[in-house]
Design a protein around this ligand. Structure first.
Ligand SMILES: [Fe+2]
Ligand SMILES: [Fe+2]
Length: 145
């Protein structure tokens, strides 16, 4: 299976990019870097882009096809909203020069992405018919920004 044949592999790569951004932001925090905005904005961009891609290219396209996986997408979308809120709180804390709990935020992201990596995307790769999978992968590769 090549990379373009698998939803899991494409999304795993995006999750890895997000974690790299968290590490960069963490390094800036630990060094008391005065420019926290730069690494934070990059992290925010990667997360918002990723959630947009998941919601529009995967959840929406997949929606209502299978009751059980549809319910999972509803739960994942709720988790996105919670993570976006948590990210906005971090942004406020940067503005107010307050302490940031990045390990807590990273853990939330890792739990969410871990479930997608281990259970949700492999299941979609397994269960979707080739045509549906191809149309999702086409969207995923079209919206590489
Ligand atoms: Fe997600
Ligand atoms: Fe994800």
């Amino acid at each position: 299976m090549t990379e373009e044949d698998s939803i899991s592999k494409i999304m795993l790569k995006q999750h890895y990019e997000i974690d790299k951004c968290i590490h960069r932001f963490d390094t800036a925090l630990k060094q008391d870097d005065l420019d926290l905005r730069g690494p934070f904005n990059k992290l925010k961009w990667e997360i918002e882009k990723h959630f947009f891609i998941e919601e529009k290219a995967i959840f929406q396209l997949h929606y209502s096809e299978n009751k059980e996986t549809s319910n999972i997408t509803i739960r994942l979308k709720k988790e996105h909203d919670i993570l976006i809120d948590a990210m906005e709180q971090i942004e406020d804390r940067i503005k107010n020069n307050e302490k940031i709990d990045l390990p807590g935020f990273r853990e939330q992201i890792l739990n969410h992405a871990g479930f997608e990596n281990k259970h949700f995307y492999p299941r979609l790769d397994d269960e979707l018919d080739e045509e549906r999978k191809r149309s999702i992968i086409e969207r995923l590769t079209n919206c590489e920004l």
